[in-house]
Every structure is written in structure tokens, then in C-alpha cells.
Design a protein around this ligand. Sequence first.
Ligand code: DC
Length: 222
Amino acid sequence: MSIPVITIDGPSASGKGTVAERVAKVLGFHFLDSGALYRLTALSAVKQGAALDDEVRVAELAADLPATFRDGAIWLADEDVSDAIRSEAIGEGASKVAALPAVRAALLARQRAYRQAPGLVADGRDMGTVIFPDAVTKIFLTASAEARAERRYKQLIGKGNSASLTALVADMQARDARDTARLVAPLKPAPDALFLDTTSMDVESAVQAVLDHHASCKAKAS
Ligand code: DC
């Protein structure tokens, strides 16, 4: 429990994953992308032909997810699914399965097991509120829906996909609404989280803001 955890929660495409990974690298900490676990669960359900609202079946798949993070890629059994889990359809599916309490319960222990020396940076929706409530440093990282849609748009276009900015803004708002309104572990800032709006911030400044806040939380805790 004395192993330090930095939690970075926030809505989709807020840049929290990129920031969290960079902060982990600077500090030499482990990194947990909890959204990837929900995305892997959704992909696994689609592959198995399970309905995304079949709570018992999807929770079973989540509990036995043959997922590994290695060589900079994400694997489901022996298939590299790094790109497949990033599609908009799987993001949408992840948001649906993430609203099922049994699925969240099935992924709980797996997420906590990432807490290993010398420390962990965890990003998601409920890292600071549910999974690591005793984290030394908590951040709620956000940006306007338009700025987030634009970032996702550039990502998709950069990878050679076609995309519509208007559709992305609408999808983003629908997903935010579902993630915020659900009864279990809704997306909300922990009371003791630093609220970081990155709408007009670049990645470097956001990383620095997290590192500065962590230094001050650490000093206060010791
Ligand atoms: O961060 P992301 O876009 O990869 O997350 C995909 C979905 O998973 C998101 O819409 C909500 C869900 N999620 C969650 O409910 N709790 C988490 N800790 C992480 C993600």
C-alpha cells in the first residue's frame, strides 16, 4: 500500500493516456491503461458473438481475458489487437460493457495487481475514486468536447482512416453522457483530484503540470 500511485482520470480522447504514459516513463513507474481492458473485453465479446448487454457472459469473458501487454503492443491470446481495440466501434462497445457492474467487478483485481514498485501511473475513469482511492496524487484531466474530437480526428486521419469531425463530436458527447450517468463508478473527479483542463495546453505542459502536482503531493504526504 505504500507503493505510490498517480491516477489520471478523464473523458475519452482527453489525452490522459498519452500524458499518463509519458509521466510513467519520466518517473520509471509502471503504467496501467484501464480503458484498454474494457476495450479488450468488448472486442472479445464481439469475437465470441456475445451480446454487449449480456452481463453474465461478458463478465465471464472479462474475468478470463487472455490479454497481455508486451513489446509495445496489446495482445488477445496470440493476436496483436493494438489497432483493433482503438476503433470507434470498439470504444463505443467498451463504454457499454463498462456500465455493467459484474464486468467492473471482474476487472478489479487485475487492475490493482498493477500496483508494483517503484510506482504506478493509472489512467481511466475511476482510478482515483474506486480502484486506487488512496493514491498519493490524483488528476482529473479534461478538454472541451470539440478539442477532444479534433485530437481524435487527427489521430484517425493520421492512420489513414476516414472520419467526420461533426460525427466525432456527437459520438464523444454521447459516450461522455453514458460514462457520467452510469450508476457504477461513473466518470467524476475524485474530491481530492487536481482538475487539469488541457484544451489549450500541449502534451509537454500537461506532463509537467502532473509532475509538479505529484512532487507537491509527495512532499505533503511525507
Ligand atoms: O479511455 P478509453 O477511451 O480507452 O476507455 C474506453 C471506455 O472504457 C470508456 O468509454 C469508458 C470505459 N472505461 C471505464 O468505464 N473505466 C475505466 N477505468 C476506463 C475506461
